[in-house]
Design a protein around this ligand. Structure first.
Ligand SMILES: [Zn+2]
Length: 224
């Protein structure tokens, strides 16, 4: 008899916990969690099409891999290019990130923008319409892009399961806190859900320096 009532209490307490949690979640009141999302930092880099690589490095040139990076399939290549702006300013040794893509994109930092005399729009990868013009120079040729130079919008890659776990949805904008005494809270971090992605908060090197990110750092999403 005592066992039975214990069991009932157990079930009742589980139902209450679940209901309260659902209420809090629906109200956007989920409590802040531990720092569990890895922070990954990128320096300026270039994504190219097959045609662009042909112009810059020669017909059918193949990128050579230095190491795998970040998202599955992506790699840092040995190949580097020089960038110039219409203001006749230049940045050398900018790495190409493979594999080749369907569009050309140059991801720069704010300081790079100052160096080149360009006001860079903050955009998600792939959203390059109306972005800045830039010229890419390789060992075999040069290519002027009418658009394609951006400052990458900070974002978190995650799978559908992660999205469920963190109670967020694709394209949602969230606040993210980087751990540590000199950590920083970033606003307008965009959630990017895809089942081929690996959980990571992506920021550029200047944002990372500002947040004192060194080695392996973690962050968390801040809830209301
Ligand atoms: Zn990313």
């Amino acid at each position: 008899m005592i066992e039975k009532s214990r069991e009932k209490n157990q079930i009742l307490s589980e139902i209450i916990t679940e209901t309260v949690f659902k209420y809090l979640t629906d109200a956007g009141l989920t409590s802040n969690q531990d720092f569990t999302i890895p922070v990954e930092v990128s320096n300026h880099h270039v994504h190219l099409t097959r045609e662009a690589l042909d112009v810059l490095f020669g017909q059918n040139y193949q990128l050579t891999k230095v190491r795998d990076i970040s998202q599955p399939g992506e790699f840092a290549s040995n190949e580097k290019v020089t960038l110039t702006s219409s203001k006749m300013r230049m940045i050398e040794d900018v790495r190409i990130v493979g594999p080749l893509r369907a569009y050309n994109q140059v991801e720069l930092t704010v300081a790079d923008g100052y160096a080149l005399g360009l006001s860079l729009p903050t955009r998600l990868s792939g959203d390059i319409v109306g972005s800045q013009s830039i010229t890419i120079i390789g060992p075999k040729g040069a290519l002027n892009l009418p658009e394609g130079a951006i400052r990458a919008a900070r974002h978190i890659h995650m799978t559908q399961d992660d999205a469920k776990k963190y109670n967020v949805t694709n394209n949602q904008h969230v606040k993210v806190e980087v751990e540590g005494e000199n950590g920083v809270i970033f606003k307008n971090v965009i959630i990017r859900v895809s089942d081929t992605s690996k959980l990571a908060f992506h920021i550029d090197i200047e944002e990372a320096n500002a947040a004192n990110v060194q080695g392996t750092s973690y962050c968390r999403i801040l809830y209301k």
